[in-house]
Ligand binder design. Structure first.
Ligand code: ADP
Ligand code: F6P
Length: 458
């Protein structure tokens, strides 16, 4: 039987999470930010998990998108999502900044859930449809889907880094994952380095030949691997921050913070890859040694709750909250706390107002596929003010060379970069911001999707 969608997104999560009877909330993370506008502008459907265990829901329409829920049991959430996806693959693909867990039970659940997604896609896709599978949670789906539906055009995009052999070799199921990805016609990565790591591993582990970015399989099929740096909806943020209520809210935020000379901002999922501890350490030291005077600067750290039952995330939360408490306890005064920490998720309007209110955006991941927060900040600064401090280890650093680039492991370097960003002249800031905006307005998320899909369909 053939389904009705000629364009299909397959991702671990739907773009919205169910939070109550008939109530939906945008799901966290960069994948949703990037893919939702792409689907809203095309006819198609999105297959994914509705965000809580044991939800069996019928397909429904939301915000201009047709959504098809795939259920996960409580044990699958634990073993496939929290386990293999986020305690094995996530740390392994992010430079093992936390130790990955290798367990056969987790792997079995990953395979089972990937099979379910492949079957759901096979049922929904029309004859010769284009199916675009997203991210590390679903790396086996391309081959499983091809087996079921050889008529389809299958694309895969990895939103996180793809590691070099030195790390990938640790994985007991390394061959299976490569073979899973090779079910696609096109495998997309954030950076050229990810594509070449993949091509090299296909040669070393599977003995496959390649010419440039084309991998030749034994059955005669050719799979292409290439970089497509993901981006944001520049136009949406650019027009949002021009609205009077956002401008007003940005002013209000600054005054709520006590109108300091400088507002520094961090916006992240609460994840150990984001380098939140490093940036707080740098800020705390700048205060302690007097490089920043009391009341001169406020640091706002917004940290969306994420993967809260995974052990490393619980540990991280404790350590960040301890650190914030220490800085405020030691450096604050009655009624004046240098770090404002919010463990909450915010709506688009509030985020845009925060971006507009911030003089320095501090983005310091230890490793990040791209980092859309950095690109959102740039999209909001049509006033050509504001400085971006950006880690060299974020994919975004390839494109955003005019940012204040830092190595987040080097706390002294981070302190210097934060101070340089705070003290930069308006002329220097506007020169940098103009060039950063030129890049993001040209390579926005629409352009990213068009480039990928044109390559897939060619
Ligand atoms: P990741 O995909 O690892 O979460 P990105 O920086 O690429 O990292 O994307 C994060 C996305 O989530 C951005 O679109 C950002 O606006 C959004 N986001 C991050 N923190 C919050 C928050 N506290 N409230 C609402 N949205 C957030
Ligand atoms: O690419 C980053 C990513 O892991 C997405 O795959 C994911 O949807 C998002 O971050 C948020 O993570 P989670 O779905 O685990 O909450």
């Amino acid at each position: 039987m053939r389904g009705r969608s000629s364009f299909l997104i397959v991702a671990n999560r739907l773009p919205v999470d169910r939070v109550g009877e008939g109530t939906w909330r945008r799901s966290p993370g960069g994948l949703v930010t990037a893919i939702a506008p792409v689907l809203q502008r095309r006819e198609g459907a999105w297959i994914g998990w509705p965000g809580s265990p044991d939800e069996r829901l019928d397909p429904f329409d939301h915000d201009g998108m047709h959504l098809i829920p795939v259920p996960l049991s409580a044990s699958e959430v634990e073993l496939y999502y929290e386990g293999f996806s986020n305690a094995t693959l996530w740390p392994l693909y992010h430079d093992v900044v936390a130790p990955p867990v290798y367990s056969r039970v987790l792997w079995d659940a990953y395979r089972t859930v990937n099979e379910r997604f492949a079957r759901a896609a096979a049922e929904e896709a029309a004859e010769n449809a284009v199916v675009w599978i997203q991210d590390y949670q679903l790396q086996l789906v391309p081959a499983m889907l091809r087996e079921l539906r050889p008529d389809l055009r299958i694309g895969f995009f990895l939103h996180i880094p793809f590691p070099p052999g030195e790390l990938f070799y640790q994985l007991p199921w390394r061959r299976e994952l490569l073979e899973g990805l090779l079910g696609a016609d096109l495998v997309g990565f954030q950076r050229p380095g990810g594509a070449s790591n993949f091509i090299r591993l296909c040669r070393r582990l599977l003995g496959l030949q390649h010419q440039k970015n084309e991998i030749h399989l034994e059955d005669g099929r050719v799979v292409r691997a290439a970089a497509f740096p993901i981006s944001v909806d520049f136009g949406e943020f650019d027009s949002l921050v021009r609205q009077p209520h956002i401008v007003e809210r940005a002013k209000e935020i600054r005054s709520e913070l006590g109108d300091p000379e400088c507002v520094l901002l961090g916006v992240d999922r609460l994840d150990y890859t984001k380098g939140i501890g490093q940036r707080l350490k740098a800020f705390g030291e700048l205060l302690r040694e007097g490089s920043i005077k009391p009341g001169e600067a406020a640091f706002v750290q917004i940290a969306t709750p994420s993967r809260e039952r995974v052990e490393e995330y619980m540990r991280l939360r404790d350590s960040i909250e301890l650190q914030v408490g220490r800085i405020n306890g030691e450096q604050g005064e009655l009624g004046m706390q240098p770090v404002q920490y919010m463990h909450q998720s915010y709506g688009r309007d509030e985020l845009a107002a925060l971006y507009l209110a911030a003089d320095v955006m501090v983005v310091t991941p230890l490793r990040d596929g791209m980092n859309l927060v950095a690109k959102e900040y740039i999209s909001c600064r049509h006033d050509l003010r504001g400085a971006l401090v950006l880690s060299e280890f974020a994919g975004a650093a390839d494109e955003l060379r005019q940012a204040f680039l830092v190595n987040p492991y080097d706390i002294d370097g981070l302190k210097r970069a934060m101070l340089a960003a705070m003290r930069a002249t308006p002329h220097d800031l506007s020169r940098r911001m103009r060039s950063l905006r030129r890049r993001i307005s040209t390579y926005d998320v629409d352009r990213w999707a068009k480039d990928f899909l044109a390559d897939l369909e060619s």
